[in-house]
Design a protein around this ligand. Sequence first.
Ligand SMILES: O=P(O)(O)O[C@H]1[C@H](O)[C@@H](O)[C@H](O)[C@@H](O)[C@@H]1O
Ligand code: MG
Ligand code: MG
Length: 259
Amino acid sequence: EALLDDRKVMTKSSSVDLVTQTDQKVEQLIIQSVKEKFPTHRFIGEESVAAGEPCILTDDPTWIVDPIDGTTNFVHAGCRAVTWYSAVRSLLPQMEFGVVFSCLEDKMFTARRGSGAFCNGEPLQVSGQKDIQRSIIATEFGSNRDPEVVDKMFSSLRNVLCIPVHGMRGAGTAAINMCLVASGCVEAYYEIGMHVWDLAASSLIVSEAGGVLMDVEGGAADLMSRRIVAANNRTIAERIVKEIHPFAPPRDDAPPLQQ
Ligand SMILES: O=P(O)(O)O[C@H]1[C@H](O)[C@@H](O)[C@H](O)[C@@H](O)[C@@H]1O
Ligand SMILES: [Mg+2]
Ligand SMILES: [Mg+2]
């Protein structure tokens, strides 16, 4: 409880969707320092959106910021990851670079479109495993405790586990789960319910490390849809898609509900 007090924990969409003053301060720090260099660029920041800012990509260069990914870990045990990235939108949003910093491990994951993915400067490569039965799969349960949604998540978890796979893991942060895919430590990560700022930077890191991104129903990945399968290859991604019980949370870029 002392920890919770120290970190000034507040809640957002539900009693388990946590935010701290540190999340808010880190986001302000990142946005202010980028603005000083690039005054015309736009931002989509997790805590700014929570405060009512729009979550829309335009044709302008846009930085997508998740100040602390894994706030629940941070509240309970210390820091986890800080993530931000820049997207330049033409006809389709095109990510230019992604950065994820894992402060617990002092690892800086980076990727630039067309130039590969790196961890502390060392090139990253996804796992070469093609057999799902020799794979480790990562997932998370997010912050929705609606029993119907939880039933669907458990049904997917059960199906994937019983393929059977070697194991299932969850780092408590989407960004780090995706970096684990990019590093070849796990074969895939899937989740429904996280947000564009959880995935933006690490999605480029996964694809630049040779991985694939897919929607949970098998179509093209859509970072605003709050659904993702990130895998080392298409065979593994498509096998996971077969086992997922899909549902569609409200999109990140949906217009706000009228009061
Ligand atoms: O810690 P935050 O930035 O809120 O992100 C987490 C998200 O809230 C959860 O729903 C997901 O399950 C985690 O994987 C995210 O990393
Ligand atoms: Mg996050
Ligand atoms: Mg966050």
